[in-house]
Design a binder for this molecule. Structure first.
Ligand SMILES: Nc1ccn([C@@H]2O[C@H](COP(=O)(O)OP(=O)(O)OP(=O)(O)O)[C@@H](O)[C@H]2O)c(=O)n1
Ligand SMILES: C[C@](O)(CO)[C@H](O)COP(=O)(O)O
Length: 236
């Protein structure tokens, strides 16, 4: 009997242009170990058997995604992304809601090194807590505040106690996330991840310890680091 079973879908925002990488192609189409970054990220979220569908938000002018070969036991659907990350996420989450999914696992296309154990931990936590859960890492370095945005001189040090770096996946009740993003508006620059939309609408998502290897390919050189981690994970 399938009654009362919580249905889980993944949403992968992949409609960005990767401006900080300064490449000719968006970073989700870089090839690492024979696959694109996007294919690695899809395979990573598909590794948890609870994920029953994957919605990928792609740019409307994307000509490459159709040629990809996704390693996923569950169906993979494409949706039209938007001008902001939040718009792309909302497009995917709304599609998952329309298909009856109760919980969404949002994971950046640009994070191809996600490991099964951290995925399991954040889904477990996100399904249990009403305000959801995200992978994150405690800040380990001494933090400096620059004197102004335009200078490289230090004003002071900032206490790092209680500070965490947000990673993905981020896991929420589908309706809660759709309502938060819709209420705030997807152009709202304060929404830098899904948890911030929940926080701004009064929620307190859980912090679940992620892995240092779960990097986001953001700046030149990150792709080499990701390749090293993927090779390391393949040997384990
Ligand atoms: N309009 C957008 C912007 C971003 N993303 C996705 O959100 C993830 C994380 O965003 P980020 O690293 O900022 O990617 P880009 O926006 O592509 O990079 P940049 O900010 O350097 O241009 C990426 O998988 C990216 O494809 C998206 O789906 N839609
Ligand atoms: C969601 C995210 O990956 C958490 O670190 C991040 O916010 C993506 O966007 P950013 O532009 O790199 O902050």
């Amino acid at each position: 009997m399938m009654q009362n079973q919580i249905r889980v879908a993944a949403v992968i925002p992949a409609a960005g242009i990767g401006s900080r990488m300064a490449l000719a192609e968006p970073k989700q189409y870089l090839r690492i170990a024979g696959k694109t970054v996007l294919e690695h990220s899809v395979a990573a979220v598909a590794a948890d058997a609870r994920v029953a569908a994957i919605y990928i938000a792609v740019a409307s002018n994307d000509q490459r995604v159709q040629a990809l070969d996704f390693d996923s036991k569950c169906p993979v659907y494409l949706v039209a992304g938007g001008a902001t990350r939040a718009a792309s996420v909302l497009a995917g989450v709304a599609a998952a809601q329309a298909d009856g999914f109760d919980v969404v696992v949002v994971h950046d296309a640009a994070r191809p090194c996600l490991q099964p154990a951290e995925l399991k931990a954040v889904i477990d936590s996100g399904m249990t807590h009403a305000d959801g859960a995200i992978l994150a890492l405690p800040v380990a370095d001494t933090i400096k505040q620059a004197q102004t945005l335009a200078t490289d001189t230090i004003a002071n040090s900032v206490p790092r106690d209680g500070l965490w770096r947000a990673l993905t996946p981020q896991v929420f009740r589908t309706k809660r996330l759709v309502d938060a993003l819709t209420q705030l508006g997807v152009e709202n620059t304060a929404i830098t991840d899904e948890a911030s939309a929940i926080e701004l609408t009064g929620g307190h998502p859980k912090l679940v310890l992620g892995q240092q290897t779960n990097i986001k390919i953001t700046q030149p050189g990150d792709e080499q680091l990701a390749a090293t981690f993927i090779a390391m994970m393949a040997k384990e």
